[in-house]
Design a protein around this ligand. Structure first.
Ligand code: XMP
Length: 513
């Protein structure tokens, strides 16, 4: 079977660790992240052609500073230290590190002092991104300085004979203009990797692995309408065909047409076997009178599992459950658990696996979100599905503030549809992380015609974000806001006021509940 060259990233807790792995994969070399204390045996099993030591909020001279297994320096493969990774190499290999008089944060000009493979074809003066409070006082044995900045006389060092390299700046962030080239110098020129890891090669390997594992048994997969579960279902279907049955639970808290559209696409365009369950009444009944957001989440999560299990049991002889877990959910690190780590908990199927004696298939567990999108595209999934905004599992229930009723959900669903329509019309959809309506539990006075009204308030929320962890409220053009407000009030009975949420995250959250 095809196995591409691999680079291992050891994570010491930097906010940029994931970015390093992604940059390497963008160069079509497979990369994984292991915690800093991974054992040397585990590291050897991965068969890396090179190792990158990430940055960290720690200092090497602190008592509990994260230290890797020193065996990595005896593997004879190239190692690149970044920021803390650099100081760590200095500290562990005979140099000295101390607190810098001045913290250096932001852009700096790197001036190359010596020719070196890691700087092949890099300009002699180039902009880099610095973020550090420590500096190297004494070089480790066999190392020499290969670049400096005004503030850091030792900004890059190398022991080329032993293929050890270290950078004080962050090549993985876009502010380091030639950072991607520096990383590719490391993985191609120094580690000797070939750029063979592509989504196409991933698909072939994944299909083969799924078929091998399943061996003709039956598989079920829950589809939610989101990109992760849709792509999972499509990939598994291409591997094993009709041995896969998908289950789609309509909890009555979905957006207008949206999830149904996905279901239709998967069924019509790709011939997936899908069982659709309209469980809206059940969910609404359970939610009756519940105001507390966390209770809503728990109820919806529990009910989902129940409905799903009931349906799954009707399919005879099921042995596997396919699930769209992504790489950020499984990386063994506490420094960057993506929002999906907690999000997925509501679809926590641990109990179900046990009760039904099912085994898990998680074909996307090595992929980042943008890679899942590429995969979906490669499998022929329409852009419209691939680039959909995230939608929370508890759906409209956590956007209907306070208690949830069928009538309120109807109002909210209509308002939400108008918000999305207008955003799409304005061409801004792909620039936003999410855009939606929230139904507030207050009434306000208005006038319509000659009549005084006393009706509901809709809040519109639109945010930009890279990963949902932090977000900025979107500065929507006034014209777009105006169209939304006019349409919501004119077209929806029971709403007489629209407000726009201008809170960023933090301190706000994206959702209101
Ligand atoms: P917050 O509101 O925490 O949201 O800023 C961050 C991201 O997570 C989504 N979200 C959820 N997704 N179940 C989900 O599947 C949930 O309970 C949930 N709560 C928040 C939210 O839409 C945003 O993308």
């Amino acid at each position: 079977m095809f196995i591409s060259d691999r680079i291992l990233v050891l994570d010491f807790g930097s906010q940029y660790t994931q970015l390093i792995a992604r940059r390497i994969r963008e160069n079509r070399v497979y990369s994984e992240i292991y915690p800093f204390n991974a054992s040397i045996d585990k590291i050897k099993d991965f068969k890396p052609k090179g190792i990158i030591l990430s940055g960290s909020p720690s200092s090497v001279y602190e008592q509990n500073a994260p230290i890797p297994d020193l065996g990595i320096f005896r593997l004879g493969i190239p190692i690149l230290g970044i920021c803390y990774g650099m100081q760590l190499m200095a500290h562990l290999l005979g140099g000295e590190v101390s607190k810098a008089a001045k913290r250096e944060y932001g852009r700096a000009e790197l001036i190359l002092d010596k020719e070196n493979d890691i700087f092949k074809d890099i300009s002699s003066k180039t902009k880099v991104w610095m973020s550090h409070g420590d500096r190297i006082e004494k070089l480790p044995n066999n190392f020499s300085i290969i670049a400096h900045t005004d503030n850091s006389p030792i900004a890059a060092i190398a022991d080329s004979r032993n293929r050890l390299y270290a950078l004080q700046f962050h090549p993985e962030v876009v502010h380091t203009i030639e950072g991607s080239k520096i990383l590719s110098n490391f993985i191609f020129n120094i580690c000797g990797c070939s750029p063979t890891w592509t989504i196409k090669s991933f698909i072939e390997t994944a299909k083969h692995e799924i078929a091998e594992k399943v061996k003709g048994e039956k598989v079920i997969c829950g589809i939610s309408g989101g990109v992760d579960s849709s792509v999972t279902a499509l990939l598994v279907h291409q591997a094993i065909g009709d041995a896969l049955t998908c289950i789609f639970v309509d909890n009555g808290l979905l957006r207008q047409n949206e999830a149904l559209k996905v279901e239709e696409t998967l069924r019509k365009n790709f011939n997936l076997k899908i069982i659709c369950i309209d469980a809206s009444e059940r969910f609404l009944k359970r939610l009756d009178g519940i105001k507390d957001p966390e209770k809503k989440r728990k109820i919806i999560g529990k009910e989902f599992i129940k409905v799903f299990e009931e349906e799954a049991k009707k399919i005879e002889g099921v042995k596997f459950l396919a699930q769209g877990t992504l790489y950020p959910d499984v990386i063994e690190s506490t420094s960057f658990k993506g929002p999906s780590a907690t999000i997925k908990s509501h679809h926590n199927v641990g109990g179900l696996l046990k009760r039904m004696k099912l085994q898990l298939i998680e074909p996307l567990r090595e992929l980042f979100k943008d890679e899942v999108r590429l995969l979906g595209k490669e499998l022929g999934m329409p852009e419209e599905i691939i680039n959909r905004h995230p939608f929370p599992g508890p759906g409209l229930a956590i956007r209907c503030i306070g208690n949830v009723t069928k009538e309120k959900i109807e109002i909210l669903r209509k308002a939400d549809a108008i918000v999305l329509e207008e955003i799409k019309k304005s061409g801004l959809y792909s620039e936003l992380w999410q855009a939606f309506a929230v139904l507030l539990p207050v009434k306000s006075v208005g006038v319509m015609g000659d009549e005084r009204t006393y009706e509901n308030v809709i809040a519109v929320r639109a945010v930009t974000s890279l990963d949902g962890m932090t977000a900025d409220w979107a500065k929507l053009p006034y014209g777009v806001m105006e169209n939304i407000a006019n349409r919501v009030i004119n077209e929806i009975r029971g709403v007489n006021r629209v407000v726009y949420d201008i809170t960023s995250k933090p301190p706000g959250t994206i959702e209101w509940e």
